[in-house]
Design a protein around this ligand. Structure first.
Ligand code: NAD
Length: 273
């Protein structure tokens, strides 16, 4: 089991490794979540838009692991941005999860065209005061969005969940996070497998006896990020959990840095509405 945790700027902490459940079918989410938790996962990354919050909650309850030991994340979808609508969305997520509160709630995308993320942020601050969410953060925020939140509200997000993988290494944004005290969390950490055959990944895999996926997940850990790979297979879940018993050398980390192409798998946060 992995008990590696990262400190958040509000005094709480988050497991460094978690299970992502985007595109996990609603009908099988509870089983996947329970299986992962029994294996040692302690963080489940969900979102209203994934359509499987009921299964996320059910899987946590079925796992036999005390809910207090499990870190639960959900996210506010773009259509729910705005003050009142975000407050309603928090309540709706809690209803679907069957929980009185979550550990972390994120604004899923800045959606600059709507220009409502400040109101959504104020609502999350309110939800935190009301005890419905313990920590609050954002996802897919660019530097200007992060800086505006802090200028207008004085409240720094605990975390920014961003696309991060060997082809999109986000060095500038990670450095800004470090300066602001924001944890970086990597989504699509395996980059759709597009770097599995790259020479630095293959060389580190050969030296350590690990798989390309494990090498890449280990690279995230050594960047200091929290990472939330998704797998629905027992073998995949176990493989992705087993990344704390080996380390990449400084040379291997430097070789990984050469894979950055600045290419996204997912949407551009500036234009995604
Ligand atoms: P991922 O990088 O976790 O990759 C998942 C894919 O890789 C699946 O096809 C899976 O079968 C395969 N895979 C998993 N483990 C493997 C292994 N060991 N070897 C080979 N293949 C393996 O991608 P993801 O699901 O897109 O991202 C992870 C999580 O990030 C999501 O589930 C979700 O929780 C979150 N996410 C957030 C956002 C956002 O906007 N905030 C966007 C996308 C994803």
């Amino acid at each position: 089991m992995s008990n590696h945790r990262l400190r958040l700027n509000d005094g709480y902490s988050i497991p460094q490794l978690g299970l992502g459940i985007w595109q996990v079918p609603a009908a099988t989410t509870a089983d996947t979540v329970s299986a992962a938790l029994r294996m040692g996962y302690r963080l489940v990354d969900g979102a209203a838009i994934y359509g499987n919050e009921e299964g996320q909650g059910e899987g946590i309850r079925n796992s036999g692991i005390p809910q207090d030991d499990i870190f639960v994340t959900t996210k506010i979808w773009n259509n729910d941005q705005g003050y009142e609508s975000t407050l309603r969305a928090v309540d709706a997520s809690l209803d679907r999860l069957g929980m009185a509160s979550v550990d972390l709630c994120l604004i899923h995308w800045p959606s600059p065209a709507q220009d409502r993320y400040l109101d959504s942020w104020r609502a999350l601050i309110r939800a935190r005061e009301a005890g419905k969410v313990r920590s609050i953060g954002v996802s897919n925020f660019m530097p200007s969005h992060l800086e505006r939140l802090v200028e207008e509200t004085g409240v720094v997000p605990v975390l920014n969940q961003i696309e991060l993988n060997p082809r999109l290494q986000q060095a500038e944004l990670r450095a800004l996070h470090d300066r602001m005290g924001i944890v970086t969390q990597s989504w699509t950490p395996l980059g759709q497998g597009r770097s599995f055959d790259a020479a630095p990944v293959q060389a580190a895999a050969a030296r350590t006896g690990k798989t390309p996926a494990q090498v890449i997940l280990r690279w995230h850990v050594q960047l200091g990020a929290s990472v939330i790979p998704r797998s629905t297979r027992a073998a995949g879940l176990a493989e992705n959990l087993d990344i704390f018993g080996f380390a990449l050398t400084a040379e291997e980390m430097a070789a990984m840095a050469t894979l950055d192409e600045g290419v996204r798998c997912g949407p551009d946060p500036i234009t995604f509405a």
